[in-house]
Design a protein around this ligand. Structure first.
Ligand code: ADP
Length: 415
């Protein structure tokens, strides 16, 4: 079964075509047939397309909206020049899996898309005004261009965290506010945390019930997750992806009074203050230079830039605090897993986060740590250490494809 996996952002579209079925999934032998991304939809779009075994092709083309972008991709997929194995017409695409950021409380697992599901995702727009509308544009466009006969599945960033107990997901505000408006922690990056848990089981030869780990997704957006007996029991992002760890441009945890105080002092609107917290804070806000961790490390190493060092120290300290909190919450863990652009590629940041945690049983083998980057999946803790540490290059598209297969064929989750 060829699954078209679609991830639409406000001005971007990413896709993969993955050949999959329950047997292939069981053996971890799915094949990625093609992938690509389109950025700057709405103006002169930048398009990168790549079929399996071929180099990427880059193009620029004015694409007015997500429908035009998807039409462009589908035309390429079925053209002779794309040379995608096993795809000659749209009939060779058997299902579509959509990433949807917010599923609120109503979507606690992946689901076949019909009109009711679309209405439900539209109802969640209030909680994810930046993300869900873009995801919906992908769904509308795919239904229109591929026809309603091709099954489409929604996979939610929030659903993995639906197993959190109320002690984790409630905010300590009047309980009626939760009841009336569903104000609570939802958590995000669920597919990435789920993927890390799945790989941990394979790498450490454990069952789902034996999965007691802390997963750290450190990219531009960052989140931590406590996974106990295979289920998410706590995570750092909240009602929206602003809460928790310090991120590229987001502040993470903050006293909410800062908002009112800043409005008062600067005379700005609420929207302006929220924009500061979402887009001008985090690594960028502290360093005053950039949200890009690679560049900050260069500034630290080559120029000893004081604020770059401060941003990096604050970033690592915040992650360390969450690791400590989750270890306490779970009565210890068997492993810590790193993913995301920073988690997968930066030995320096991993070392700084984990240094000084040896009394909790967490140690890093520095030679292994230094060699873990650029897509390598490996253990970086020394032999015999109490808590294992892994670098796990994340693969959210694979989880999207797997869920799509599972929902379309109506098979239970076996992985
Ligand atoms: P997103 O959350 O947008 O998907 P990514 O997961 O791609 O982002 O992560 C982007 C972050 O990863 C950036 O801060 C980037 O600097 C950082 N990063 C990528 N490679 C490295 C590296 N070799 N060392 C340190 N940071 C890196």
């Amino acid at each position: 079964m060829n699954v078209f996996v679609l991830n639409c952002g406000s001005s971007s579209l990413k896709f993969q075509i993955i050949s999959s079925d329950p047997d292939l999934i069981e053996r971890d032998e799915e094949r990625m047939l093609a992938k690509g991304q389109i950025e700057r939809i709405g103006s002169e779009a930048i398009i990168t397309l790549q079929a399996e075994g071929n180099p990427p092709v880059k193009q620029a083309e004015p694409l007015r909206d997500h429908r035009a972008a998807l039409a462009y991709v589908l035309k390429w997929i079925t053209s002779a020049e794309s040379r995608i194995p096993a795809i000659t017409s749209l009939a060779d695409i058997h299902a579509v899996g959509h990433r949807v950021v917010h599923g609120e409380e109503r979507f606690n697992q992946s689901i076949l898309i019909d009109n009711d599901v679309i209405a439900g995702i539209e109802d969640c727009i209030d909680l994810a005004p930046l993300h869900n509308p873009a995801n919906l544009k992908g769904i509308y466009a795919a239904r229109e261009l591929l026809g309603s006969a091709i099954p489409q599945v929604a996979v939610f960033d929030t659903s993995f965290h639906s197993t959190m107990p109320d002690t984790s997901y409630l905010y300590a505000i009047p309980y009626q506010l939760y009841r009336r408006f569903k104000i609570r922690k939802y958590g995000f990056h669920g597919t990435s945390h789920r993927y890390m848990a799945h790989r941990y089981r394979k790498l450490a030869d454990k069952t789902r019930e034996e999965t007691n780990i802390i997963t750290l997704h450190l990219g531009n957006g960052c989140s931590a997750c406590a996974i106990k007996d295979g289920w998410s029991v706590d995570t750092s992002m909240g009602l929206t992806p602003l809460e928790g760890l310090m991120m590229g441009t987001r502040c993470g945890d903050i006293d909410p009074t800062v908002i009112e105080y800043l409005m008062h002092k600067e005379g700005g609107s609420l929207d302006e203050v929220l924009s500061v917290l979402n887009k001008r804070s985090g690594l960028l806000g502290i360093s005053g230079l950039t949200n890009d961790m690679r560049d900050l490390i260069v500034e630290m190493d080559e120029h000893q830039d004081r604020r770059a060092i401060l941003a990096i120290d604050m970033f690592c300290n915040r992650v360390k605090k969450y690791v400590g909190a989750y270890l306490a919450e779970m009565n210890g863990a068997d492993a810590v897993c790193f993913a995301g652009g920073i988690g997968e590629n930066s030995p320096e940041i991993r070392r700084r986060i984990l240094t000084g945690l040896d009394w909790l049983g967490i140690e890093v083998d520095e030679a292994l740590n230094q060699s873990a980057y650029g897509g390598k999946e490996m253990r970086i803790s020394p032999d015999g250490s109490r808590v294992l540490v892994y670098v796990v290059p994340t693969n959210e598209e694979l989880i999207l494809a797997r869920d799509t297969v599972r929902v379309v064929l109506d098979v239970p989750r076996i992985w």
